[in-house]
Design a protein around this ligand. Structure first.
Ligand code: GLV
Ligand code: MN
Ligand code: MN
Ligand code: MN
Length: 418
């Protein structure tokens, strides 16, 4: 691999910070924290802002059929495969300002650094703001990156939310084209590599004091939705041993989910994020409950076994209570290792710039996991204060963000020269 003769200069930390703060103003003002959920009006408004921001930075930018914003910095060889970077700008409900945003606005800042330093890449640099990375009301995450990678299909579009609207209808109402979204797969031959900058969203870098995380692997995600159906009865007159209490079956299932995660001998976590019950009252034995849970690990073997044991235990415990249960298992994504060459390139760029780094797994899902279908994939993490994320307290300071963009720009340059 050729190494660059000199490093690219530091990004403009203040310019990056004010871009992040400007985008963070485009949120749902009726929700706490920062809320810019996919398909919402604030998200729509923010996309016009991001498109304009890319154009201001000298990129050729457009919105593709899947609703992704695509910015291109042309290289000197139009036939060379492109280097792709980016992330997402949608948030979870009441989320933070940095998750995803740093990978998009940081990439735009990196493109400015390249141009301002008079560095012309051989390959085109493509910067993506992927549509809807966060798991949405249809149970689908990473809509835009799945589309580009060719792994978004008709079954995804057919999924319905709680209001009975299909995701295909939501995509069309947003102004994108569902048919294009499932047929637009990029050709891997056109892609040299994919590199994504992101906040860690966990505590490891802060604990060890490392400035940069070199991501080794992105966790796989298995989702479990369980619908419990029992029997409504009078809470005062029905003996304890004659009930079919759906809420108790759900409560037991939630603890099962927790126990499986706690018992993981490898990296593994499990969460029940939501429970809903029927109409419910003080004095009625509950006849229905639904839970939404997920398990994550970078170890495919553990993930498969954990999913099976959760489903079996939930079914067994519910049956003992006389409660029926319908379990919907959804494989969201398999664990994806980062390419060793990409890890080595990020590590070398960090070393060269004098930033401390360590190898870390990602427990969070990312667009990068899908982009790995198209070519070598790597990720760069910067520390998250207190490891907090998916909440309003999510924070990474200006200097740490700028360090991440510095490593991103120099990684892109190395990838171009390789
Ligand atoms: C999204 O950020 C996820 O990891 O679920
Ligand atoms: Mn993210
Ligand atoms: Mn997220
Ligand atoms: Mn994510």
């Amino acid at each position: 691999m050729n190494t660059p003769s000199s490093n690219l200069p530091s990004p403009d930390a203040n310019r990056l910070w004010s871009a992040i703060m400007d985008l963070s103003a485009l949120v749902d003002s009726d929700s706490p924290g920062w809320t810019r959920e996919v398909f919402s009006d604030p998200y729509k408004a923010s996309r016009a802002w991001t498109l304009a921001r890319m154009k201001d930075a000298g990129l050729q930018a457009h919105v593709d059929g899947a609703g992704n914003i695509v910015g291109r910095l042309p290289g000197t060889n139009p036939n060379a495969p492109a280097i792709v970077t980016g992330s997402h700008t949608d948030t979870v409900h009441s989320g933070g300002r940095f998750d995803g945003v740093v990978g998009v606005l940081g990439a735009i800042e990196a493109a400015r650094v390249l141009q301002e330093s008079g560095t012309r890449l051989t390959s085109d640099l493509i910067i993506m703001d992927f549509l809807g990375e966060e798991a949405n009301g249809f149970g689908v995450s990473c809509v835009g990156s799945r589309a580009v990678a060719g792994v978004l299909d008709a079954a995804h579009l057919a999924r319905r939310d709680a209001n009975g609207v299909s995701m295909g209808e939501a995509v069309a109402a947003f102004g994108a084209d569902p048919n294009q979204a499932i047929s637009m797969a990029w050709n891997p031959r056109d892609i040299k590599s994919y590199i994504e900058l992101h906040v860690e969203q966990g505590p490891m870098l802060e604990r060890s004091g490392s400035q940069i995380g070199v991501v080794t692997s992105i966790a796989g995600i298995e989702r479990v939705m369980a619908v419990f159906t029992g029997r409504a009865d009078h809470a005062g007159t029905t003996p304890m041993d004659q009930r079919a209490d759906a809420l108790l079956a759900a409560a037991e299932a939630i603890l099962t989910v927790e126990r499986v995660g706690c018992g993981a001998p490898v990296h593994g976590v499990s969460t029940t994020g939501r429970i809903a019950t029927g109409h419910g009252a003080f004095n009625v034995v509950p006849d229905s409950a639904t839970i939404w849970a997920e398990i994550r690990s970078i170890d495919p073997g553990w993930l498969g076994g954990a999913r099976r044991s959760i489903a079996e235990k939930i079914a067994l415990d519910a049956a003992q209570r006389g409660v029926e249960v319908a379990i919907d298992l959804l494989n969201d994504q398999d664990p994806v290792p980062a390419a060793q060459t990409m890890q080595d390139t990020v590590a070398a760029a960090s070393d060269d710039l004098g930033y401390s780094w360590e190898a870390v797994p990602s427990g969070a899902g990312h667009d990068a996991a899908h982009m790995a279908h198209l070519g070598p994939m790597g990720m760069i993490f910067v520390p998250s204060q207190g490891g907090r994320s998916h909440c309003p307290d999510e924070f990474t300071d200006k200097v740490q963000l700028s360090n991440g963009v510095h490593v991103l720009a120099n990684t892109i340059r190395r990838l171009d020269l390789a």
